[in-house]
Design a protein around this ligand. Structure first.
Ligand code: ZN
Length: 318
């Protein structure tokens, strides 16, 4: 199995390779990256989340942090590649990217839904959900991004459909894992970014309602900073707005609304990565990763100057 470091932006990695890549980085760069948490998917795959920090050993000094996840929707393969690319840039090119680590630790969960991802890679490219069987009538899987306990059930879908919300909030081990990470980060998480594809947009809460959060202008500024940076780099025009206005419907149970309304994370965005369909050709992975990274860097730099992000050191755990 090929596992050299350059391959992450040359081809789509399997779940096992993702974990090997993270373990390799943690071994080679133990002062910059650690495995922050391990959880288990419904089918028994280990879901790893990493923490990247300029001095990983100084755990007593808890810092503000950025949380990024990818692969919540199984078929959105490119999001996993982008998350791994972000990890690689922060760890292996930390001198160039040091200003991004100055104010924040980065917590990154590159493959939230590994069962769905593997199923999508092997059996059904368009698979979106988890892989937990539901009852006796061959229905399988829940849409993780409808499964959080925030206005759960609004605008979401009937049993068995592509957008099925689950029997109850947090019915899935995969969404429980993200909830546990948020709870562990309290109250230091300042920016949550969930990577999706491929609508070429950067969206902020709320998805369940047209009512905007009180700080929506600041969130819009962060989204716009990302969109502007990508436009300057390559001419791609990302749209920015609230999720419900973009989707033209209201949907409950999304991870950004959960992050913002329940976990009180001030900035909670979805980046719908621009790509040609859910499975861009592998020769385009590197380019898409670079474009996305340009936007992510700009958003975090904008965040650092936002008036509602405080850099007062907190004593609680990150
Ligand atoms: Zn998605």
């Amino acid at each position: 199995m090929q596992n050299d470091r350059s391959c992450i932006s040359e081809r789509y990695l399997w779940h096992e390779e993702v974990n090997k890549y993270l373990a390799g980085l943690a071994q080679s760069y133990g002062n910059k990256i650690e495995i922050f948490s391990r959880a288990i998917s419904y089918e028994g795959r280990e879901i790893q989340t990493v923490r990247i920090s300029p001095d990983i050993q100084r755990k007593r000094e808890k810092r503000l942090c950025v949380l990024i996840d990818a692969g919540i929707h199984a078929r959105e393969w490119i999001t996993v590649s982008v998350a791994l690319y972000v990890i690689q840039q922060l760890v292996e090119r930390d001198a160039i990217n040091s200003r991004l680590l100055r104010n924040f630790d980065w917590i990154i969960l590159p493959l939230l839904n590994p069962d769905g991802y593997e199923y999508s890679r092997e059996h059904n490219k368009m698979w979106r959900k988890t892989r937990r069987p539901l009852g006796a009538n061959r229905c399988v899987g829940v849409d993780c991004n409808r499964n959080f306990n925030v206005s759960w059930g609004i605008g979401t879908s009937r049993f068995c459909s592509l957008l099925y919300r689950g029997e109850r909030p947090f019915s899935e081990q995969e969404t429980q894992n993200l909830r546990n990470i948020f709870q562990r980060l309290r109250p230091n998480c300042r920016f949550y970014l969930s990577l999706h594809s491929y609508a070429k947009a950067i969206l902020y809460p709320r998805a369940y309602s047209r009512t905007l959060p009180h700080n929506w202008k600041h969130q819009h500024d962060v989204a716009q900073a990302g969109a502007d940076a990508i436009f300057r780099m390559c001419g791609l025009k990302y749209r920015c707005g609230s999720a419900s206005s973009f989707l033209k419907i209201s949907v409950g149970g999304s991870s950004i609304d959960y992050a913002h309304d329940i976990e009180k994370v001030p900035f909670a965005l979805v980046m719908e990565i621009a790509s040609k369909g859910f499975h861009p050709a592998e020769q385009n992975i590197a380019r898409i990763c670079e474009e996305s990274w340009t936007g992510i860097k700009a958003m975090v730099m904008q965040l650092a100057v936002s008036p509602i992000v405080s850099f007062t050191r907190s004593k609680t755990a990150c």
